[in-house]
Design a binder for this molecule. Structure first.
Ligand code: GUN
Ligand code: ZN
Length: 424
C-alpha cells in the first residue's frame, strides 16, 4: 500500500563539513512510502495524488531514523551506576548484570524493552553488543525481526578476566558466533557483528578465533573497544607484551578494515591513527559514556583531518541516554573542550547518513533517497515549554536543529517509522 507522509523533510546527500550544499530540505515536503521503502521524497504538491492516504506531521521535521553505532543491549539496567571508571564499572556493575542474561526469559523480555526504548528515542538501527550467552543475541534478533527493524548485533566473545558466568571459551565463542551468523546474518534486515568484547577479556587463542570468523565471513561487521581509559590501556598492553600498541593487537588477528567499529578510540598513539587511516577502520565516538565514565575527550577533528570516518553512538549503559539528540548535545560539549565545533548540520548528518556510511549501508538507510528503507524520525522542535520559548527566536533551519540537538530528547520524537510502519 502506498502512503504519503507529509512534513518538513530534511535529508543529507553529502557531509556538510566537506561540501556547501549537503542537504535537501522541503518546507512543505513529503515522503512517499510503499512496501517499507521510500518511493520518492520531494514537495508535497508534486507527490500528492487523489485517493493516496496521507499522514500530516506538519510543522514537524521528517528525517531519516537515527542510527546508533555502539550500544550494549544487556546494559539497559546498568545505566546510571554510580562512582566508577571503566574497569571498576565493568567488574562492579556490568559483568554481574550481563550474567543475568543466562536466565530463562530474561533476554527476550529485555529485548522488547530495548527496542521500545530505541524507537521512542527515534533510533531505527543499532549496532549492539549482546551478552556472552548466545540466547541474548537470539532474543534481540528475534525481537528485531518481528518489528522488521534493521539490527546489527553479536554475542560478545570473552574468555578471561571476568566472572565465570559471563565467560565462554575460544571454541565455544567461535561455535556460538558461527551458528548465530548462519542463522541470522542477512536474514531479512538482520546482520551479524563478530564481537570480541575487547583485548582484556579475550585470550590470544580467542582473538585468533575471532580473526578466523572474520576471514570466513568478510561481510560481517566486527565490533570491539579500543583505548577508552588509561588503566584499560596499561592492563591491555601488559596482557599482550609483544603488541606495539593497543590497535596492533586487533591488527595481529586480522580484524582491521572498513568493517570494524572501534568503540571510544580516545587515547591513540600516532601509529594507531596512521594504521586506522590506512586500513579504513572506524572509531566510534560515545560522548555521554566518555563523560560519565570520565574516560576522556574524543578528537573528532584530528581523526577527520587524517581521513578517518568516525561513528557516533550512545554506548548505553556506560552512556547515559538512548537519545541521539542528547548524544549530539554532549558531543558538542566535548568538542568545545577540544577547541572544535559540532555544527547542527554536521551533527544531524552524523547521526543519520554519516553513521550509515560508517556501516557501509548508505544505500539502504540514513537518507530519504528513493529506493532506501523507510526508516524515519519525526521531530518536534517545540516538545517542551523551554523549547517552545526558545523557538520563538529561531529564524533559520540551523538554529532550529541546534535547539533540537541541545534541548531535545525522547520528548522531541513525535513519531518513528520502521520500514514504513509507525512505531509509537
Ligand atoms: N569495554 C569493554 N566492555 C565495555 C563496556 O561494556 N562498556 C564500555 N563503555 N567499555 C567497555
Ligand atoms: Zn561499549
Amino acid at each position: 500500500m502506498r502512503q504519503l507522509i507529509r512534513g518538513r523533510t530534511l535529508s543529507f546527500h553529502a557531509d556538510p563539513v566537506e561540501v556547501e550544499n549537503a542537504f535537501t530540505y522541503h518546507e512543505d515536503g513529503a515522503v512517499l512510502v510503499e512496501d517499507g521503502k521510500i518511493v520518492a521524497t520531494g514537495d508535497y504538491a508534486t507527490l500528492r495524488a487523489d485517493g493516496l492516504p496521507e499522514i500530516d506531521h506538519r510543522p514537524n521535521l521528517i528525517l531519516p531514523g537515527f542510527i546508533d553505532t555502539h550500544i550494549h543491549f544487556p546494559q539497559v539496567q546498568v545505566v546510571a551506576s554510580w562512582g566508577a571508571q571503566l574497569l571498576d564499572w565493568l567488574n562492579t556493575y556490568t559483568f554481574p548484570e550481563e550474567a543475568r542474561f543466562s536466565q530463562q526469559g530474561h533476554a527476550p523480555a529485555m529485548a522488547e524493552k530495548f527496542l521500545d526504548l530505541l524507537v521512542h528515542h527515534g533510533t531505527t538501527t543499532a549496532v549492539a553488543f549482546c551478552s556472552v550467552h548466545p540466547q541474548s543475541a537470539e532474543a534481540l534478533f528475534s525481537a528485531a525481526e518481528a518489528r522488521n527493524m534493521a539490527m546489527i548485533a553479536g554475542k560478545v566473545m570473552m574468555d578471561r578476566n571476568a566472572p565465570e558466568a559471563v565467560l565462554d571459551t575460544p571454541q565455544q565463542g567461535y561455535d556460538d558466533s558461527k551458528a548465530l551468523i548462519e542463522k541470522w546474518h542477512g536474514r531479512g534486515r538482520q546482520r551479524y557483528a563478530i564481537t570480541p568484547r575487547f583485548a582484556i577479556t579475550s585470550t590470544p587463542q580467542q582473538m585468533e578465533m575471532a580473526g578466523q570468523l572474520a576471514r570466513e565471513h568478510p561481510d560481517c561487521h566486527i565490533q570491539t573497544h579500543l583505548s577508552e581509559n588509561l588503566d584499560e590501556i596499561a592492563f591491555t598492553l601488559s596482557l599482550y607484551p609483544k603488541a606495539r600498541d593497543y590497535l596492533d593487537i586487533y591488527e595481529t588477528y586480522g580484524l582491521l578494515g572498513d568493517k570494524i567499529l572501534l568503540g571510544h578510540s580516545i587515547h591513540l598513539e600516532e601509529r594507531e591513527i596512521a594504521r586506522m587511516a590506512e586500513t579504513g577502520s572506524h572509531p566510534v565516538f560515545c560522548p555521554t559514556s566518555n563523560l560519565f565514565l570520565g574516560s576522556g575527550l574524543f578528537d573528532e577533528g584530528g581523526l577527520r583531518a587524517r581521513g578517518i570516518r568516525a561513528g557516533i553512538a550512545t554506548d548505553i549503559g556506560g552512556g547515559t541516554s538512548y537519545s541521539m539528540l542528547q548524544t549530539m548535545n554532549e558531543g558538542y560539549k566535548i568538542l568545545q573542550l577540544r577547541g572544535q565545533k559540532l555544527h547542527p548540520f554536521a551533527a544531524f548528518h552524523w547521526a543519520t547518513r554519516g553513521n550509515a556510511l560508517v556501516l557501509g549501508m548508505e544505500d539502504r538507510i540514513g537518507t530519504l533517497a528513493a529506493g532506501t528503507d523507510a526508516d524515519l524520525v519525526v521531530l518536534n522542535s517545540r516538545a517542551t515549554p523551554a523549547m517552545t520559548l526558545r523557538m520563538e527566536r529561531a529564524t533559520t533551519l540551523a538554529e532550529e536543529l541546534f535547539i533540537l540537538q541541545i534541548m531535545g530528547d525522547d520528548r522531541a520524537i513525535a513519531q518513528t517509522y520502521v520500514a514504513g510502519k509507525p512505531m509509537l
